[in-house]
Design a protein around this ligand. Structure first.
Ligand code: ZN
Length: 241
């Protein structure tokens, strides 16, 4: 997903990006200097297990207060239920639900309730957004990412999630070089995995072949560099599908 969003999605054109999936868990990946940064074991970017609460709840990973334990869809639903939110009860001003709105005990159900103004549901997303904002700011402060792209089922809540993230971000992204940090939804959706596999494959090729694919996939105004000119003789690296 990280490579896909950098290649064709919301992170396109950004040399340094954090891409995240907020779903039943929280995962992520890093683009640094226009290249996927997998780390020695492929685990770099594991932002879901950065701790943002010293004395937070134990996490499945063995740590405490991890982003995932606060901001995953599972955690959002669990916290809302613990606070007394009930998925069956219509919580709109007139006590009713819009037809077809998810009202189950999942993050989607909490998001639907939040959209209708349910205070517990709104608090659950505010808490999740704050955890994500703290982690995104930490990552940006560490490696100077310009943008954070968030996909996954919980991100489908739209402004219900992105509003709190952006409002809390100012509290944590304080140094001058991260104050312009953007947080945006992913754009590739369910195709990200397939596109990402192709994009990652080209990124992991030797630099000459990779630059060939970079130049061939970019039909925009970027002028060809001398480096990509010299790569013309390299085997074509761009995926054809
Ligand atoms: Zn953890």
């Amino acid at each position: 997903m990280t490579a896909a969003e950098h290649w064709l999605g919301a992170a396109r054109g950004y040399a340094n990006a954090l891409c995240m999936v907020v779903s039943t868990g929280v995962g992520g990946g890093l683009i640094l200097n226009n290249r996927l940064h997998p780390g020695p074991t492929g685990n770099a970017g594991h932002i879901g297990h950065i701790s943002v609460a010293f004395d937070g709840a134990p996490c499945v990973c063995g740590s405490r207060g991890c982003v995932e334990s606060i901001a995953s869809g599972t955690a959002i639903a669990r916290w809302a239920l613990d606070q007394g939110w009930t998925p069956q009860a219509g919580s709109g001003p007139d006590g009713s639900d819009a037809p077809g709105v998810a009202r189950d005990a999942t993050a989607a159900g909490v998001a639907a309730a939040a959209a209708q103004g349910d205070p517990i549901a709104l608090a659950a997303f505010d808490r999740a957004g704050r955890a994500l904002a703290a982690a995104i700011a930490a990552a940006a402060t560490l490696v100077e990412t310009d943008i954070a792209v968030i996909g996954g089922g919980v991100a489908a809540a739209g402004d219900t999630l992105f509003g709190p993230i952006r409002s809390h971000l100012a509290q944590y992204a304080t140094l001058s070089f991260v104050q312009e940090l953007q947080v945006v939804p992913a754009t590739l959706g369910t195709h990200a995995g397939l596109i990402g596999a192709a994009a990652a494959a080209t990124m992991l090729l030797p630099p000459s072949a990779a630059s060939e694919s970079q130049s061939s996939q970019s039909a925009s105004s970027e002028s060809a560099s001398s480096e990509s000119e010299s790569a013309k003789s390299a085997p074509a690296a761009a995926p054809t599908a």
